[in-house]
Design a protein around this ligand. Structure first.
Ligand SMILES: NC(=O)c1ccc[n+]([C@@H]2O[C@H](COP(=O)([O-])OP(=O)(O)OC[C@H]3O[C@@H](n4cnc5c(N)ncnc54)[C@H](O)[C@@H]3O)[C@@H](O)[C@H]2O)c1
Length: 467
């Protein structure tokens, strides 16, 4: 497509200042090699950009350097290919950050014990970057956070280096930023990570890359860099808008899931199958996006990120009632599963105390090896608290190690007809594709299905309780 006069003028201005970000010779440092950082590092490497991944977890770094993987859906062969091509390496030595032209931050942003943002990972990472920051270096934060983090937290820490970068409003016209001069001697931007682990439909590079700079030069440089590897970039007029975009996406999911969870409870009382209703509603070709009920929210994002905004909104005296309500409804779902199981046992003249229950799936969603915030864990804890004997099966988790809130000391039990039959009830919490639900229903005495996983099971339906 022919470039407009405007584009050429702006490119000339930008290229004059930071043309290296358009070049495949740019050196990328990616800090935090987790579910988000590792795939992104490999994407840059695949596209021919020399990428170094930094992580404080020496065990992860050593594995990567040996060409091994620790994330199930990222094949070791891909890591090995990039190591061999010398486009990717991993390091725990943060002094190497000074050799990078761009440093991208993908570290965790959890909530603390008071359910307030825990920014210690970002803070520690940025302090490490500040010690080796150099003029012309671009720093991009990707971790999900509240609007203002890049400008108000990251920028002042980087400025301790003695270098500067000023927050300056800029305009975006036709997805382009005009750069008229320097706004400092380092560059700073935010670009939300939109990874969906296990999603086979969209590859990382196909998901449009939203970004915003603290000034025009930063936005220009970040867009030039990401345009080298993503099919589409979208530049916003500030880092705050980019931070808020990610929160909108996650809050939208959180609130809509809460809505269907609440409607599920109403439908159950009315003897209506919510799943059938959603299938019907989604035939409408416009104005409806399906969301599905379940045993509660899980993962690093949806149960956590909305509360980053709630926390920040307090500063502006604006209550975030939708978020609070959605949190209340979603976090009550594991209790609802326990109630449904208790009621089904009651019908069979049994009670939760001392029954044997098998929970299927501890990952927070199907076919992935991530159990952070998984509602299955809460269900197991609640069952134990009521005196039930609990076991689990999950092909992705042969054993459950100690976690921040849980220490089950359990190993995944084998799924055989005999083992299924030995439990008073089986709870389907995460419907991994490897599960044979016909077989599970056939061999079990009672099946509590939180995911509509048994919808197509034809035999023994009287054993199934949907909840
Ligand atoms: N997992 C997802 O599906 C997902 C999707 C979109 C956005 N996000 C966001 O991306 C960010 C990262 O999430 P994740 O799931 O990749 O987390 P993760 O826990 O899988 O990975 C984080 C990595 O950062 C490393 N780390 C921690 N502190 C560090 C430090 N000071 N220096 C260097 N490395 C450090 C950890 O060792 C770990 O390897 C979070 O803000 C999250 O909300 C995650």
């Amino acid at each position: 497509m022919a470039k407009s006069k405007n584009t050429r003028k702006m490119e000339a201005a930008g290229a004059g200042i930071h043309s290296k970000f358009k070049s495949p010779d740019v050196r990328i440092g990616l800090v935090g090699l987790g579910y988000v950082g590792l795939p992104l590092a490999l994407l840059f490497a695949r596209r021919g950009l020399r990428t170094t991944g930094f992580d404080i977890d020496a065990a992860k770094v050593e594995k990567l350097e040996r060409g091994e993987t620790y994330i199930r859906h990222i094949p070791a062969s891909e890591i090995q290919a990039q190591l061999k091509a010398k486009r990717f390496r991993a390091s725990a030595d943060f002094s190497g950050l000074k050799e990078m032209d761009a440093v991208i931050i993908c570290v965790p942003t959890p909530l603390d014990e008071h359910r307030e943002p825990d920014l210690s990972y970002i803070r520690n990472t940025v302090e490490a970057i500040a010690t080796s920051l150099h003029a012309g270096q671009l720093v991009v934060l990707e971790s999900t956070t509240y609007p203002g983090t890049t400008e108000d937290l990251v920028l002042p820490i980087l400025a301790h280096s003695g270098l500067h970068c000023s927050v300056q409003p800029y305009e975006v016209v036709n997805n382009e930023v005009a750069v008229s001069g320097e706004d400092g001697n380092f560059l700073l931007a935010f670009s939300p990570e939109r990874e969906d682990p296990g999603n086979k439909q969209f590859k990382t590079h196909q998901i449009p890359k939203v970004l915003g700079g603290v000034n025009a030069a930063s936005a220009w440089a970040a867009q030039a860099l990401y345009a080298q590897v993503f099919d589409r970039t979208m530049v916003l007029s500030s880092s705050r808008a980019a931070e808020m975009t990610k929160l909108l996406e996650n809050i939208y999911r959180c609130v809509n899931i809460a809505l269907v969870n609440e409607l599920k409870l109403v439908c159950m009382r009315m003897g209506i199958d919510i799943w059938e209703v959603i299938e019907a509603a989604k035939t409408k070709p416009f104005g409806f996006t399906p969301f599905y009920p379940g045993p509660g929210l899980g993962g690093h994002c949806i149960p956590i990120d909305p509360f980053y905004l709630t926390w920040k909104a307090r500063e502006y005296d604006v209550p975030t009632r939708f978020i609070e309500l959605a949190g209340e409804i979603n976090s009550a779902m594991p209790e609802h599963v326990i109630d449904a199981l208790g009621e089904a046992l009651n019908q069979r003249k049994q009670c939760l105390r001392e029954v044997r229950v098998l929970v299927l799936g501890v990952a927070y969603k199907k076919d992935i090896d991530d159990l952070r915030e998984s509602p299955s864990l809460r269900i197991m804890k609640l069952l134990q608290a009521r005196g039930a004997h609990v076991d689990y099966n999950d092909p992705y988790f042969p054993r459950l190690h100690k976690m921040r809130h849980y220490d089950f000391k359990l190993a995944s039990v084998d799924l055989t007809p005999a083992s299924l039959a030995s439990y008073d009830a089986v709870v389907i919490s995460t419907p991994h594709s490897s599960y044979d639900f016909n077989e599970i229903v056939r061999c079990s005495r009672l099946v509590v299905d939180t995911r509509n996983a048994t919808n197509e099971v034809k035999e023994d339906r009287e054993k199934i309780v949907k909840c």
